[in-house]
Design a protein. Structure first.
Lengths: 473, 758
């Protein structure tokens, strides 16, 4: 779909009619012949195509990493796209030179992606630590080095920069002085402000466009058909939000996974969830993937959907000015079949939030711990008094054609004491509610066993003092 | 400074997909079989030909020469004719103006198959007589006469999964017409000469009409040794037909679907020991899942047999290898080349024997390490064995008793998180086991400004061979390495190349480059003697670009000497040849001395298993490795770390899943997982064995590409040992890779049956 776009690629202003539904990577490699950014998987699963996208947010340019292979070009309108060519400078940047020093590149195919991810970490944080750097590199696959030399490089860079950063304030000018970024970055903010005045990005409606949130599922599943389609971007519906309002937490449909993870509200009420949220996708994917997208994709194993199911979330569906609400647990009619009309989109998700004597836990097991789709995932929410469950919600993914709310199990547990016998009984009920199938993520027998184990894990994580853990296992 | 590395970090390194294409380049896509075995009843390409932007659709009928790309055994077509034998087998090539058009037009091809029975299991293939070649047996002593004399005899079965190479750069090539009807091919291949030879055969050309040029590969690991050829030759065929440049680059899913992988094996073993743990006899039968055609399978299987006893001297051994033909894509070379499978089986046998004897497996490993004076069971005398040195140093340097004590403490304090430990000694033979391949040549030019250009047969694929060759050339001349540049690998400069494989790239090509450099150096010395008007050229020495005579510095500089030499009409170029001396193997008796030398080392790996959830992580990898005298410690360390992680990946996370119809289900990066930055060991301590020399390696170095891969085997057994701390698992089936699924089902089998009862 041809669309007027205006943005900055590295130090070059780009304006004109482009196919907005094509991928950013295709524009970078095929149109602009910038070949440093590589195509490897076209699934967002390897990070070889990682670039930075910077946008004006509250008067500042905020950068994030995205996997350009599945990132619709239309989404860069009014923004700054940075490829490895855009950080190349006279001499090597500190990131580049440490990769050279440690021999952290072998075949070199993944290298530009790593350089971009680590550079992103340096320019978006002011106090560096290795675990933060590794998190930034979590979406980048290297098949040669075994990562050890890459980790050494990251360690060297952050040590060097932390040392030079006595007052703890790395800013843009400092980054330019340290040669992390080329000088032209100083002028980007002003240039983006100017572009912002000129662009009038409309939301494409009518003619049944394909709604795209982050595109991280859609562009993996139907790349070819999307490239030739009209797309409408949910990000143009308005600024995303995650907020607390009248004993409820409200999330806009276009809020990303990373916004969810970093949200002060989520951190406040779900302090244990941070670590688990890191297991979901990778940073560049979390930067793009939206909550509504995860829900409408209707994968039986969608991580965020499973979390929201246990919290008994409600969806606000909008079609033009018309709105209606539907409970998430009533949203799925069958495999990939939704209680939603073609033109309705999820604009908001909310759930009650009255966190006194409440606990929440999320469990996920996949073949590879990070950046993998779960074999089984499950979330559990409990409101309790003393040793008794007052209210409870358990959800499970990978065990049915839809993301499943374990209704009978949740009802059974309500009003029960937290003790081993009850848990054992609950497991039996859970088993009767699920219908897993054998597939590439595991056999039926395994998924049944795993769900049992993970429900036990919920209780161990939340109530280990109230139960006999040894006997339960 | 490694010049390749600098280009990599700036994104300036070029790969096939990055080349600026000549005007008018067309793009090819491959139409492949959707069934694993069948007769092609009807193939209709007309609608694809009518598709706007399509220039040609080529089938087997369009091949002017012989439709044969088999390397060791001629049993593989470039494009299927009447029958297909695996899902993903190429049938037609669509050539179009853009790759998108070529791929879209694929869907317009109409095809009907008559489906035939599909075999995916090697034992089933064996039972049905579906073999690639007759079984091969290596033996020493007489196992059958020894079993009765053993205190313990154990038999068992082992399953070993395959492995996807997942080189990040997919297969690809560009073919460009040159005058006189010849073709230049830019290919991402480890074997330029294979591409040249097969392209010539397919096109009915003399080889000199095909030029193959390789700049670098975005990873290969063996996956581009034999299997890069087809795509390059398809591009050449299209170029020949259309007289236009043609680019063919597979996308990821095509590559995963169409190309072969590390061979899965099923094996039976029988091991006999004394109660003290001395192994008296070992027998193994390896059922190799070769896939539909031979590819390199017989050579891979042979290396399985060579390494069936790993680092151990066992007086009575009988190992039989059976290459089984199945309806999977042809499995192929992959780092270790069959060695890892051979070693995994004996380690499984030792693991089970240790459980039976109620001693740690390392007691058995230690008691049986091979030493000088012993003989490998295929006849080669053991020389400079560092097996024991590496093992003992690993135990003391990393303090095994203390590690074990820590683990004991941890395990008694934790109920469902358990730790385990395992050791893995490795002994890996260096040389192509097909002796004729152990040859290489190099072409060295010294230009009149003193800069140097080096061409060899070596392919740079990330293993740092170019940096090593630059180093040995610079050291031979004693000039700054920045003067030395590696050229592309090109069949017109270096002919009749062996693949860059078998860890031998730096050895063979480095030695050839040293000889070529020495030839020029001798001439330079003579020239210097003439210029300085001194008698004895042997007293001339070049040190750090300065010219000395009899230990005294002279007025000549490197640059001046080079210029004068040119001016005096003395050649500044040399082409030199190297062949590994003294190696042979007699296949009628399966005895000989096939390896120039062996590489040794020992790893100690610790892991941690969450026995509630079935998850596990590798805690530490501790290695003493015999690098010889490393030419480049950074390159060698990187090879070791990368190899180990790849080996751990093979056994602990990478799982190829096919359905019964032979269709790959783990056909994308979302379903086939390789180690990521989080899954690597928390600690990796790799120490270089001191005082190890090697007269066969350039400057006493040792080959490094493959040997570290097999340390990963200890990761598997450390996880099994950790599980045993939660629940006795002596009866557990040894089946690789371990997965969270296998861990959980093994730990909670009882729960499983109860659960499914509802």
């Amino acid at each position: 779909m041809q669309e007027q776009l205006h943005f900055i690629l590295n130090n070059e202003e780009i304006t004109g009619e482009f196919n907005g539904s094509s991928s950013l990577l295709s524009f970078i490699r095929n149109t602009k012949k910038l070949t440093g950014t590589k195509l490897v998987c076209r699934e967002g699963d390897c990070g070889a195509c990682t670039v930075l996208v910077g946008e004006l947010i509250k008067g500042n340019v905020e950068y994030r990493t995205v996997t350009s292979c599945i990132f619709p070009l239309a989404k860069v309108n009014g923004k700054h796209v940075v490829t490895v060519e855009g950080i190349n400078n006279t001499g090597l940047t500190p990131v580049q030179s440490e990769f050279v020093n440690e021999g952290a590149t072998q075949c070199g195919f993944c290298t530009p992606g790593f350089i971009m991810s680590l550079t992103w970490y340096l320019i978006t944080h002011s106090d560096y630590d290795l675990s933060g750097a590794i998190n930034a590199l979590g979406g980048n696959i290297c098949r040669c080095t075994g990562y050890a030399s890459i980790i050494r490089s990251a360690e060297n860079v952050i040590n060097a920069l932390n040392n030079g950063n006595t007052n703890g304030s790395i800013n843009l000018h400092k980054l330019i002085e340290l040669n992390v970024l080329p000088e032209y970055f100083a002028g980007i903010k002003m240039r983006l402000e100017k572009i912002k005045e000129k662009i009038h990005a409309g939301i494409v409606t009518g003619d049944q466009p394909v709604w795209v949130g982050g595109g991280t599922d859609l562009y993996v599943q139907k790349f070819e058909s999307l490239v030739g389609s009209r797309i409408a971007l949910t990000e143009r519906l308005g600024r995303s939000y995650i907020l607390e309002d009248n004993n409820a937490i409200r999330l806009s449909g276009n809020a990303t996974f990373e916004e969810f993870k970093n949200s002060g509200v989520i951190k406040k009420y779900f302090p244990g969830l941070q670590r688990q949220l890191n297991l979901i996708a990778s940073l560049p994917i979390r930067n793009s993937a939206t909550i509504a997208g995860n829900i409408v994709n209707a994968s039986p194993i969608g991580d965020l959907t499973i979390i929201l199911l246990a919290l008994d979330a409600t969806l606000v569906l909008s079609e033009d000015k018309n709105k209606r609400e539907v409970k998430l647990k009533d949203f799925y009619k069958g495999y990939k079949s939704l209680n939603k009309s073609e033109d309705e989109i999820i604009t908001e998700i909310y759930f009650e939030n009255n966190f006194k004597n409440q606990k929440f836990n999320f469990e996920k097991v996949s073949k590879r711990t990070y950046l993998d789709i779960a074999s089984v995932n499950t979330a559990m929410f409990v409101e309790y008094t003393g040793g008794e469950i007052k209210r409870c919600g358990i959800s499970a993914g990978g065990v049915a054609p839809v993301p499943l709310f374990l209704k009978n199990t949740s009802e059974f547990l309500t009003g029960k004491k937290i003790e081993n016998e009850i848990i054992e009984e609950a497991l039996d009920i859970a088993q009767s509610e699920i219908s897993p199938i054998s597939d590439v993520r595991g056999s039926e027998a395994y998924k049944r066993l795993l769900l049992n184990q993970l429900i036990k894990a919920h209780f161990i994580e939340m109530f280990h003092a109230k139960i006999d853990v040894k006997e339960l296992i | 400074m490694n010049t390749d590395t600098i280009k990599h970090v700036k994104g300036e390194s070029l790969f096939v997909d990055d080349y600026t294409l000549p005007e008018g380049t067309l793009h090819a896509a491959v139409f492949d079989s959707t069934v694993a075995h069948g007769k092609i009843k009807r193939l209709d390409i007309d609608k694809a030909l009518d598709f706007i932007g399509v220039r040609a659709v080529l089938t087997s009928k369009d091949i002017p020469g012989e439709n044969q790309i088999g390397n060791i055994i001629p049993d593989e077509t470039l494009l299927a004719g009447d029958e297909v034998h695996f899902t993903g087998e190429p049938i037609a090539i669509i050539v179009a103006e853009t790759p998108e058009i070529a791929r879209a037009a694929k869907n317009k091809i109409e095809i009907e198959f008559e489906e035939l029975p599909v075999i995916t299991d090697p034992r089933e293939a064996y039972e049905k007589g579906s073999l690639i070649a007759p079984p091969v047996t290596f033996s020493m002593g007489d196992v059958d006469s020894v079993w009765n004399g053993c205190d313990v005899v154990l038999e068992g079965k082992v399953e070993i999964g395959g492995q996807e190479h997942l080189y990040l750069e997919t297969q690809g090539a560009i073919a460009i017409p040159v005058e006189g009807g010849g073709i230049k091919i830019i290919s991402s291949t480890q074997s330029p000469t294979a591409v040249q030879r097969v392209a010539a055969r397919i096109l009915n050309f003399p080889m000199n009409k095909i030029e193959v040029d390789v700049l670098r590969l975005g990873g290969a690991f063996g996956g581009k040794e034999d299997q890069a050829t087809a795509w390059a030759v398809m591009a050449a065929l299209a170029t020949h037909k259309l007289k236009k440049p043609v680019k063919l680059v597979l996308d990821r899913q095509e590559d995963l679907r169409m190309t072969g992988k590390r061979h899965p094996y099923s094996a039976d073993y029988k091991i006999g020991l004394t109660s003290a743990g001395k192994i008296l006899a070992y027998e193994a039968t390896f059922y190799q899942n070769a896939g539909a055609v031979a590819d390199l399978s017989t050579a891979v299987l042979e290396r399985t047999l060579f390494h069936a006893t790993n680092s151990y001297y066992i007086p009575n051994v009988k190992a039989t290898g059976i290459s089984c033909r199945t309806n999977l894509p042809p499995n192929t070379a992959f780092r270790g080349f069959g060695g890892p499978q051979g070693m995994f089986v004996i380690e499984a046998a030792i693991h089970k024997a240790a459980r039976k004897l109620n001693i740690p497996a390392y007691e058995i490993q230690k008691k049986n390490l091979i030493q000088d004076g012993d003989k490998f069971y295929y006849g080669q005398q053991v020389e400079n064995s560092n097996a024991k040195r590496c093992f003992d140093e690993a135990v003391t340097e990393f303090n095994l008793p203390e590690m074990e004590e820590e683990i004991r403490k941890f395990n008694s304090a934790n109920h469902y998180i358990k730790k385990g430990i395992a050791l893995m000694p490795v002994c890996f033979g260096i040389s192509f086991t097909s002796s004729f391949l152990n040859q290489a040549s190099a072409l060295v030019h010294v230009y009149t400004d003193g800069s140097v250009g080096v061409s060899t047969a070596a392919i740079e694929m990330g293993q740092g061979v170019n940096q090593k060759i630059r180093t040995v050339v610079a050291n031979t001349f004693s000039i700054d390495i920045s003067r030395v540049k590696m050229e592309t690998t090109n069949t017109t400069r270096i002919a009749n190349t062996s693949p860059t494989a078998a860890s031998s790239g730096a050895d063979l090509n480095g030695n050839a480059a040293i000889i070529a450099s020495k030839n020029i150096l001798e001439r330079l010395k003579k020239s210097a003697a003439g210029e300085l008007k001194v008698d004895n050229p042997d007293l001339i020495e070049i040190k750090n670009e300065k010219i000395f005579y009899n230990g005294k510095i002279t007025r000549l500089s490197w640059e001046e000497l080079v210029w004068k030499t040119y001016f005096n009409r003395i050649s500044l170029s040399s082409h030199a040849y190297y062949a590994t001396p003294g190696i042979y193997f007699e296949r009628n008796i399966n005895q000989g001395s096939p390896f120039a030398y062996h590489v040794y080392g020992t790893a100690i790996i610790e892991s941690k298993v969450d026995c509630l959830r079935g998850r596990y992580e590798i805690e530490s990898v501790n290695v003493i490795h015999d690098f010889g005298e490393s030419i480049d410690t950074k390159v060698d360390l990187g090879q070791a770390e990368g190899g180990i992680v790849q080996g751990i990946g093979w056994l602990t996370v990478e799982e190829l899943v096919q359905n019964d119809e032979g269709k790959l289900l783990s056909n994308s990066l979302s379903t086939y997982k390789v180690p990521d930055i989080y899954s690597i060991p928390e600690k990796m301590n790799i120490r270089f064995l001191k005082n190890s020399k090697n007269k066969y390696g350039p400057f006493n170095s040792k080959a490094i590409g493959e040997p570290p891969f097999m340390y990963g085997i200890a990761a598997y057994f450390s996880i099994v040992n950790a599980m045993n701390e939660f629940k006795n698992n002596s009866g557990m089936e040894i089946s690789a890779p371990i997965t969270p699924e296998k861990v959980l089902l093994n730990l909670h089998q009882q729960v499983k049956t109860e659960a499914t009862a509802h």
